[in-house]
Write a protein that binds this ligand. Structure first.
Ligand SMILES: C[S@@+](CC[C@H](N)C(=O)[O-])C[C@H]1O[C@@H](n2cnc3c(N)ncnc32)[C@H](O)[C@@H]1O
Length: 289
């Protein structure tokens, strides 16, 4: 796997985001959702470092990063299961990081074709961990992708074509990715994905989105935190939408004919997700072709 950015993506480098996958990976592991093969020392260290901040956010505002991570992760899993029940058998998880979803899905559904994809360095890291645990094979692959690449080996179009050389429907997941890009930049990715999904009717795209909170104090604090995270990850951390309707309309305008914006409150007591004290800030977008 090449670690050189593709020519088509010259000047755009979002690899500063990658280390955040170690934190989310540690959260999945701590909550019994992951496999030891995906646990990292850096993730464990970040988990400890973040614990006082997470605990004070929970006490002060009734929710924290871990709350919305677990909400989004388990709701996405649930919606994947529904799509698999409808007969879809191909899953592409873009920006997979240390997500254990591929392992869990293949354990539960040995007949599905799972492709995990991420920037080249992270893809190499993930592939080596899956390889040592004997999980890589024709039906569980890892590929390098760069959602900013407009053409070339790492572009979305090439990766989808390589992953699934057919016109059968696919489930595409991006978790923890889109909020690191401005709305115009990520919308370009969404439009390209919608086009690919049109060629495969019955496909579904699952992703989370963070709504800008209504309360001015919370809004101000989140904007500041987003600014800090953006500086650390060298990215444009963004809250794209004010409400569910705005999100649904935007995805429809990007070319997804059917869009549902799922609020975690609809899954309380149906899924083992933590409650938020107020309206959760995360939503799971389900956009179909
Ligand atoms: C917050 S992590 C999320 C990882 C995983 N989905 C999870 O929820 O645990 C963000 C991931 O996005 C990946 N990423 C960043 N820029 C990307 C790009 N241009 N194309 C594909 N993946 C990218 C990073 O390498 C990292 O693995």
């Amino acid at each position: 796997m090449s670690t050189t950015p593709s020519k088509a993506n010259a000047g755009k480098d979002s690899s500063g985001i990658s280390f955040t996958a170690l934190y989310t990976g540690a959260v999945w592991h701590r909550h019994g959702l992951s496999d030891d093969v995906l646990a990292t020392d850096q993730g464990r260290w970040l988990y400890h470092l973040m614990t006082p901040f997470e605990a004070s956010s929970k006490a002060l505002i009734g929710g924290n990063i871990r709350t919305f991570l677990l909400q989004r992760h388990l709701i996405i899993d649930h919606l994947i299961e529904q799509a698999l029940e409808r007969g879809v058998t191909q899953v592409l998880e873009i920006a997979c990081g240390m997500s254990p979803r591929g392992i869990r899905l293949r354990d539960k559904h040995p007949l599905i074709h799972m492709v995990e994809a991420d920037l080249p360095d992270m893809a190499t890291r993930k592939a080596s961990r899956l390889l040592v645990s004997g999980r890589l094979g024709d039906h569980h692959q890892v590929m390098p992708v760069d959602i900013l690449a407009e053409s070339g080996e790492q572009s979305l179009e090439t990766v989808v074509g390589r992953a699934f050389a057919n016109n059968a429907p696919m489930i595409v997941v991006t978790e923890g990715l889109t909020g690191y890009f401005s709305l115009p930049v990520i919308s370009r990715f969404w439009r390209r994905l919608a086009q690919l999904m049109q060629q495969r009717p019955g496909s579904v795209y699952l992703s989370e989105s963070y709504l800008m909170p209504k309360q001015p104090l919370l809004r101000g604090s989140l904007k500041s935190l987003g600014g800090i995270l953006g500086a650390i990850t060298r990215s444009d951390v963004s809250f794209h939408f004010l409400n569910d309707q705005e999100a649904a309309e935007h995805f429809a305008a990007c070319g997804f004919p059917s869009v549902t914006v799922n609020n975690p409150t609809d899954f309380y007591r149906r899924l083992p997700i933590p409650d938020s004290r107020h309206d959760p800030m995360v939503r799971v977008v389900e956009a179909s072709s």
